[in-house]
Write a protein that binds this ligand. Structure first.
Ligand SMILES: O=C(CO)[C@H](O)[C@H](O)COP(=O)(O)O
Ligand SMILES: [Co+2]
Length: 216
């Protein structure tokens, strides 16, 4: 399993310190929630923050683009040093092209589905992506409750991957803690985003260990 702490729940006044903490605690990558106040009702980081983080960590940076114009912003985040860029299916009518451009920039490309979006809408892009992110909360805010019905969606995605002999990583994002991680793992998740559970803990290392122990 890979654990991707979401810096949405970090202390922004001490971002580099918090990133270092999770890196030392054994996190596998860093999840950066980019929100534009339009696609979702919250406003967070721009490419300059990714550029600033790049030299302070060796962790791969994955950028979760919750913006209305992913085709406009993806090249900016690629340039800033993103290792993976995740684009919402719901955000663009040019999904295939945006994913192609991300890959052409030498960056891993992923697609994201909101809880209400069917996996069938990903049919044509699945062979093109390195990662599929299943939202397990409605996007926009950290600290929300895990949507249990999404476990079945992950299981269906896992089955689809096998049937079509594809190799994308399966990721979940939202409401992951030492309980919800179990069902998500059993359904076939490879990468777990965790924001409030990790950064809200008194010891981030203990929180990361608890996630790993919970799925053993
Ligand atoms: O994309 C997100 C919200 O849109 C965040 O990555 C997600 O909510 C993580 O936070 P938490 O683990 O606290 O739910
Ligand atoms: Co996210």
């Amino acid at each position: 399993m890979k654990i991707a702490p979401s810096i949405l729940s970090a202390d922004f006044a001490y971002l580099a310190r918090d990133v270092e903490k999770v890196e030392q605690a054994g996190a596998d990558l860093l999840h950066v929630d980019v929100m534009d106040g339009h696609f979702v009702g919250n406003l967070t980081f721009g490419p300059l923050v990714v550029q600033a983080l790049r030299p302070v960590t060796n962790l791969p940076l994955e950028v979760h683009l919750m913006v209305s114009d992913p085709g406009v912003w993806a090249p900016e985040f690629a340039e800033a040093g993103a290792d993976t860029i995740l684009v919402h299916e719901e955000a663009t009518s040019h999904l295939y092209g945006v994913l192609q451009h991300i890959r052409a920039a030498g960056v891993r490309a992923g697609v994201v589905v909101n809880p209400g979006t069917s996996l069938s809408s990903l049919d044509e892009v699945l062979p093109l992506v390195d990662q599929v992110l299943v939202m397990t909360v409605n996007p926009g805010f950290g600290g929300q409750k895990f949507l249990t019905p999404m476990v079945d969606k992950v299981a269906r995605l896992y089955q689809l991957r096998q049937e079509r002999d594809l190799h994308f990583a399966i990721e979940v994002d939202g409401g992951i803690n030492d309980q919800t991680v179990k069902a998500a793992a059993a359904a076939g998740t490879d990468i777990f985003v965790a924001g409030s559970y990790v950064f809200g803990a008194s010891n981030v290392g203990d929180a990361i260990t608890a996630l790993r122990e919970a799925v053993k």
